[in-house]
Write a protein that binds this ligand. Structure first.
Ligand code: NAD
Ligand code: TYD
Length: 339
């Protein structure tokens, strides 16, 4: 089996590359990644010399590069993680989100049509369903929940999902889509809530909580997401959407307090800052379909996963200190100073 994994130098994509090389030692994994600000070659250091792994630096929007790679590799499966992934950046500059997330998906699927493929898998997000109210804990996102997006990021992901389903219906492309809730774990880029709070707390810097910190996310350990995608590409039904999430809803403020406690840092570091524009209140996945059809269940409990994650950031300071010392500082100042 030859699998092209796009966006494999990012957070979830790299964890998926590690998972696949470990669980399927006879598979060839080809990582295609543009190495944007969010992609780090150092993340893939441990697999670079693996004879079953190849890294190719390219943009999923670059038709010539994508088609040349398909011509050369003749992949059986493509798993598309490549995306602009941060909501706050999409509010500042939506254009690149539409380009990479929608047109990049189109380019990959056009290559799949031309060269033939057993499966094209689109890694999507629960954010395509919009948000749920805080006072209706009985409501969850199912695969039937209407698409109803809030941010340029989620709109671009929803656009891509619709295009993927259209390529299935119109051209018969064998596709699957997964819509996962918020992930956490190793190699999470420090602009996102959990790694940002860990890095700031370790540096005794303010912990910027948007609004009142009441917004709820449904957190899943990244390895559980990777296992779900592995199941879907092997056993999932073509043309189907699978929600992935582990019924682990937490308010942002509670996560930040857990991080303070684990790192033995004072809660006085918590600083309430101006809310995100259009901020989604609550995400909550109903994972019944993937459980019933594919037998998937999350394995890592949040209490264990957050400890493992914090320990990883303590053990891998070089990785994130290098990231936050560069261009990231300009981003951070722009987003957080005087907020
Ligand atoms: P990330 O930002 O950490 O990584 C994205 C990767 O894609 C980077 O390596 C980057 O270099 C690469 N990339 C960006 N534009 C590219 C382009 N034009 N061509 C080739 N490569 C490009 O993102 P992530 O958090 O790992 O998310 C991966 C996927 O999972 C995304 O599609 C995202 O929408 C989805 N998702 C993320 C979460 C989450 O909690 N992080 C939850 C559900 C779904
Ligand atoms: P984030 O990690 O950006 O993921 P998403 O917006 O895709 O869910 O943010 C998670 C939650 O944390 C979200 O409600 C916004 C909030 N948040 C903060 O309060 N402060 C921060 O500095 C960041 C990055 C996020």
């Amino acid at each position: 089996m030859n699998i092209i994994v796009t966006g494999g130098a990012g957070f979830i994509g790299s964890n998926f590359v590690f998972h696949m090389l470990d669980k399927h030692p006879d598979y060839r994994i080809v990582c295609l990644d543009k190495l944007t600000y969010a992609g780090n070659l150092s993340t893939l250091k441990s697999v670079m010399d693996n004879p079953n792994f190849r890294f190719v630096k390219a943009d999923i929007c670059d038709r010539d590069a994508v088609f040349a790679l398909f011509e050369e590799e003749k992949p059986d499966i493509v798993v598309n993680f490549a995306a602009e992934s941060h909501v706050d950046r999409s509010i500042e500059d939506p254009g690149i989100f539409l380009k990479t997330n929608i047109l990049g998906t189109q380019t990959l699927m056009d290559a799949c049509r031309k060269y033939g493929i057993q499966r094209y898998h689109q890694v999507s997000t629960d954010e395509v369903y919009g948000d749920l109210p805080l006072d209706r804990p009985d409501l969850f996102f199912t695969e039937e929940t209407p698409i109803h997006t809030s941010s340029p990021y989620s709109s671009s992901k929803a656009g891509a999902d619709l295009l993927v389903l259209a390529y299935h219906r119109t051209f018969g492309l064998p596709v699957t889509i997964s819509r996962c809730s918020n992930n956490y774990g190793p190699y999470h880029f420090p602009e996102k809530l959990i790694p940002l709070m860990i890095a700031n707390a370790l540096n005794d810097k303010p912990l910027p909580v948007y609004g009142k910190g009441e917004n709820v996310r449904d957190w899943l350990y990244v390895e559980d997401h990777c296992k779900a995608i592995d199941l879907i590409i092997h056993n999932g039904k073509v043309g189907e959407v699978y929600n992935i999430g582990g019924h682990n809803e937490m308010a942002n403020i509670d996560i930040v307090k857990i991080i303070c406690k684990e790192l033995n840092k004072p809660e006085s570091l918590i600083t309430y800052v101006a809310d995100r524009k259009g901020h989604d209140m609550r995400y909550a996945i109903d994972p019944t379909k993937i459980h019933n059809e594919l037998g998937w269940l999350p394995e890592t409990k949040f209490a264990d996963g957050i400890k493992k994650t914090i320990q990883w950031y303590l053990d891998n300071k070089d990785w994130w200190e290098e990231i936050i010392s560069g261009e990231y500082q300009n981003y951070y100042d722009k987003m957080y100073s005087n907020r």
